[in-house]
Design a protein around this ligand. Sequence first.
Ligand code: SF4
Ligand code: SF4
Length: 136
Amino acid sequence: MNKNKVVLSFPPSKVEEPIIFHLIRDYDLMVNILRASIDPGKQGRIVVELTGDDKQLSQGYNYLESNGVGVEPLTEEIQHIEERCVSCTACVPVCPTGALDVNRDTWVVSHDPERCVVCLSCVDVCPYRAVTSFFQ
Ligand code: SF4
Ligand code: SF4
């Protein structure tokens, strides 16, 4: 199984169509929506993590592209700036994947990029701007 984090760009004419539903039902892909910005009648943007084997992913991408949905790899990442972080732990409960966690012995907060799904929840809650997003 492969996991791909991608950005899907929907043209206005496709925003209200059940494209994600078809990805799951017809191509047997697991779809984890990380962020979504959709307004009926306007262009939509969804950040998703797709899980499937090579064939499922390839067929799913073909389906998306044949429907005019743009697919780009997610190049946004989270940076945890340790010099700014005071380990207040405000970000730990909002992190849905445990990527930000606190060591129970030292009470130091750390970030594991492998577990991060770039949902940006931590960026909004950190009072010290110790987590920021950037594009590679
Ligand atoms: S909210 Fe900010 S300062 Fe507090 S632990 Fe998280 S990253 Fe560090
Ligand atoms: S962006 Fe922040 S809150 Fe979201 S998964 Fe990554 S570390 Fe956790």
